[in-house]
Design a protein around this ligand. Structure first.
Ligand code: FPP
Length: 561
């Protein structure tokens, strides 16, 4: 990748000759939140009350999960509910111990009589927890003379919904799951408008966003409202989920307030008026990556880093002249406050807070492996700046790189190395020296997540970005490299997105290279990407869904049981 050095001529150009540079006009919609977020507040006694309310049902749940007399299907169904309610982290050991045992005892014959619903739930639960249950368990639902799924299944809507959800954990080469996904999706779309009550809501939501690919907090909230019949017979689970959701909501709200105040105090609106103003939308990414209460500091740090990524993206993609971008890239690579002198006046305050905040974040890192963590975090930003710059050079010189060249750079401009580096580096002691070393090997799960981010973003934004400033992106580079029309190129890229999901799923199957706790933030990054970019760019244009999610997750409370 080209790293351009700044020189005096460039600097002088910026200072003297380019007084009124031509800048692309970008019509980013304004924030819809205004100052509303600054008036939010959190009552700490409520937080405490929810924590107390969780204690008893949590103990009861532990007893249930390890209960030796509970039927295995019932136990798997219970574990499914715990997972979908976002409570897995409270019972990691109990669940692991039970699933280990059940998986060792698993015999395919046990499924001879099991219906579609139970088979699908069990399959999904094992896979989501890393146990590679064979997809052959679905063979019996196929009519082998016609090669199609059996006709009677089409009347079993609940079973088909469950199968549709189960197919989302598939890996490459599992053709029966590919067929099952297409079959159940088509069948469910055909009946969804005839359904009523909770089942109608469940099917509608799954078609819009299957639970395995959804953001955990959103999924937990939706499961709580739409799937009462699956878990409300367990009174303690109902109570626990209710208090837990309310506790998380208050804690997340408090973090959003802290982040909003920081954005205001740093005067981003004043120093980067050209950038998108997306405070709660950025925070949503942090909640998407980690929902657990103990990752509070990590969420705030991720939100701040996301704010920097956002303004850098908007300088490099829209506001900066190529001379300014060369100077900025060089300054970020030098990473020293004296580099500020070479920058145009309007970038100086941003550069200053970038360096200051990142140094502040470094101080909060755990002592173990701090030097390596600091190095990795800084590198992630420097690499991102260089890649943004490369894109800008292509754009300003009107070059269209090959798809391969573009993607090599595009995996970096996905910005997911920044997100995942800051996530993993801020997970505390769990992120050991070995884990850091693993992370630096460019693990497949991370590469697949970057690819997913880059392609999802491009496929949903290329029309807007093309109109805006002739951005270089994957659709056009793919069309040019392979001589294909737009619709075929988009289809091919969408297939790659599906394959990236399969790779992510595979990397979460045991034996995993590192613990599931370390893989989870990367899987969750893929999930929030799916939620934000599946249909359109819900980040830049956050109406409807994103507003709904911010409101439901962070602002409106749910009734206390
Ligand atoms: C790229 C991606 C998957 C980003 C999601 C992660 C995220 C919230 C990053 C911070 C803001 C940002 C750069 C959004 C994408 O803008 P854009 O659509 O203008 O991104 P682009 O310039 O890279 O196409």
């Amino acid at each position: 990748m080209a790293t351009l050095k700044c020189n005096t001529t460039l600097k002088e150009n910026c200072k003297n000759t380019i007084t009124e540079p031509m800048r692309p006009v970008v019509n980013f919609p304004p924030s819809i939140w205004g100052d509303r977020l600054l008036s939010l507040s959190v009552d700490h006694s409520e937080l405490h009350a929810y924590a107390i309310a969780m204690e008893e049902p949590k103990e009861e749940m532990k007893r249930m999960l390890i209960c030796p007399t509970m039927d295995s299907n019932e136990k798997l169904s219970l574990i499914n509910s715990v997972y979908r309610l976002g409570l897995r982290y409270l019972f990691v050991e109990e669940i692991e111990c039970q699933l280990d045992k059940l998986f060792k005892e698993l015999k395919m014959e046990d499924y001879d009589e099991a219906n579609l619903y139970t088979t699908s739930i069990n399959f999904k639960v094992f896979r989501q927890h890393g146990y590679n249950m064979s997809c052959d368990v679905f063979n019996k639902f196929k009519d082998h003379s016609s090669g199609k799924f059996k006709e009677y299944l089409t009347t079993d809507v609940r079973g088909m919904l469950s199968m549709y959800e189960a197919t989302q954990v598939c890996t490459r080469g599992e053709s029966i799951l590919d067929e099952a996904m297409a079959f159940t999706e088509a069948q469910l779309m055909g009946v969804v408008d005839t359904l009523e009550g909770n089942l109608a809501q469940q099917v509608k939501h799954a078609l819009r966003s299957p639970s395995h690919r959804g953001m955990q907090m959103v999924e937990a909230r939706i499961y709580f409202s739409n799937y009462e019949e699956e878990f409300s017979m367990h009174g303690s689970l109902l109570k626990l989920a209710n208090a837990h959701f309310n506790l998380l909501q208050l804690q997340h709200k408090e973090e959003l307030i802290i982040f909003t105040k920081w954005v205001k105090d740093m005067e981003f609106k004043k120093i980067t008026p050209y950038a998108r103003d997306r405070t709660p939308e950025l925070y949503l990414w942090a909640v998407g990556i980690f929902l657990e209460p103990h990752y509070s500091q990590a969420r705030i740090i991720i939100s701040k880093m996301a704010q920097f990524v956002l303004v850098l993206d908007d300088i490099y993609d829209a506001y900066g002249t190529i001379e300014e971008l060369r100077l900025l890239t060089d300054a970020i690579n030098r990473w020293e406050i004296t580099a500020m002198d070479q920058l145009p006046e309007y970038i100086k305050p941003l550069y200053k807070i970038l360096l200051h905040e990142l140094t502040d974040v470094e101080k909060k890192l755990p002592a173990e492996g701090r030097t390596k963590r600091v190095y990795a975090s800084k590198q992630a930003f420097q690499e991102l700046a260089r890649a943004y710059h490369q894109e800008a050079e292509w754009r300003f010189s009107k070059q269209v790189p090959s798809y391969e060249e573009y993607m090599k750079n595009g995996l970096i401009t996905s910005s997911y190395n920044v997100f995942s580096t800051y996530s993993l580096m801020n997970m505390g002691e769990i992120n050991s020296e070995e884990a850091l070393a693993w992370y630096q090997t460019h693990p497949k799960i991370l590469e697949a997540t970057k690819l997913l981010g880059r392609l999802y973003n491009d496929v949903t934004t290329f029309q807007f970005e093309g109109e805006r400033a002739q951005q270089v992106e994957s659709v056009h580079t793919y069309m040019k490299t392979f001589g294909l029309p737009e619709n075929i190129a988009v289809d091919e890229l969408k297939k790659m997105i599906e394959n990236a999901w399969k790779d992510i799923n595979e990397e979460c199957l045991k034996p995993t290279e590192v613990s599931m706790e370390l893989l989870a933030p990367i899987l969750n990054l893929a999930r929030i990407t799916d939620m934000v970019y599946r249909y359109n760019d819900r980040f830049t244009f956050p109406e409807a869904t994103t507003v709904e999610y911010v409101t439901v997750l962070l602002i409106d409370s749910i009734p206390v049981y």
